[in-house]
Design a protein around this ligand. Sequence first.
Ligand SMILES: *[C@@H]1O[C@H](CO)[C@@H](O)[C@H](O)[C@H]1NC(C)=O
Ligand SMILES: *[C@@H]1O[C@H](CO)[C@@H](O)[C@H](O)[C@H]1NC(C)=O
Length: 432
Amino acid sequence: MNPLDATKSGFLVCIAVCTFIYTFIYLKDTLLEDPNEQKFSENTAECGFYPDELCSALFMGKTAAFKIGNVCQNTYRPETFSCIQTPCNCSTVLKTLHFITRPLSAEERSFSLAYIITIHKELEMFVKLLRAIYMPQNIYCIHVDEKSSEDYKAAVQNIVNCFENIFISSKRENVVYAGFSRLQADINCMRDLVQSKIQWNYVINLCGQDYPIKTNKDIIKYIKSKWNGKNMTPGVVQPLHMKHRTQFSYREYVRSGMSYVYPTKNIKSKPPYNLTIYFGSAYYILTKEFVEFTLTDARAKDLLEWSRDTYSPDEHYWVTLNRLNDAPGATPNADWEGNIRAIKWKDQEGTAHKGCKGHYIRDICVYGLGDLQWIIESPHLFANKFEPATYPLVMDCLERRHRLKVLHQAEVPIEDHWRFQEDSYFNMKLNV
Ligand SMILES: *[C@@H]1O[C@H](CO)[C@@H](O)[C@H](O)[C@H]1NC(C)=O
Ligand SMILES: *[C@@H]1O[C@H](CO)[C@@H](O)[C@H](O)[C@H]1NC(C)=O
């Protein structure tokens, strides 16, 4: 080693040691002592410089961490994705966006998941979601809302073009909240998915504001252990206060800039085949056989036609069919079962959770920093809702933790570009 190199490495070691000591003292002072004694300013907040330490403290619910985190979030410059603003070639897309490029275990390689992702805005969030759930053995159908801007559609297409197992649905809907179009968007993707040459075992639907809290491996383990061959459609027989949804005929109002669903005075006929209507989650995890059944069975087709003018049909369609005795993988006696989605509903404050630390939109919590601990302790596979434009650190912490867990479980050698963290002086606790 020449003298210059020796001096250089000595200097680097010194920097590393100093950084370590500084981090230790800093964290000891700011995170562990009585939070009320501390004064925080933007100058002392090391936003994003030691993100794993800050995220760990947030996940543990340390009061001081929220103060630092909130200061950080106000001045935060979220990561800008180079390949989104300006198109780049596919090897650069895969590398700079940190996509996993090989199956991480034999178990995962032999059990493929299909995903349906419905999106309409916020490209960065879509990329964050996609790279978290992406595995080369899975298959992904992206439904881009017809009313999204041309720029947005083109940007999504640019990313999708780099993958053989990701495609945009062949038919696009103009999706209206609580309307039939929302259900139709999923069905469009299902038609494409069952025709794909890529084999898959289960399908999972996601929207642009969902994010996984379990790894691909954990998801497979959960499906195999509790639901082997069965469909997950949490829900119950339609309660009285939901009857109006299928009793009256609804219409979609669609204009540029505004669209909604409204009831008419017309009373609907009884459901076809005297089917018992259930009410449940629009989120499901379904077997391929069940999907094929819903696309071909006469009852399923008639129920679909009958549902065209109902309110939020995606909240009765899947669960109603999955309660039929003879549907493939049916669970006729199931209730609100299946840990599909962690959601803080406003009306469950005080029971399922202790309040929303971000803010509510349509009675659903958009997670803030104070919700992180609740999220990672949840048994659910995915969580909703996220808004990185408002709470960027929430997404960053969950992303970092998720990727660390994925790589920790990997049974193959890890490639450098799979890591988000260049160096890490600190081990984020993953065993929660
Ligand atoms: C992709 O782009 C990068 C950077 O612009 C370049 O170094 C690389 O050679 C390109 N790769 C291909 C396959 O064109
Ligand atoms: C329809 O179903 C209900 C209960 O689900 C039952 O009481 C009724 O007899 C059925 N009617 C017909 C015509 O099958």
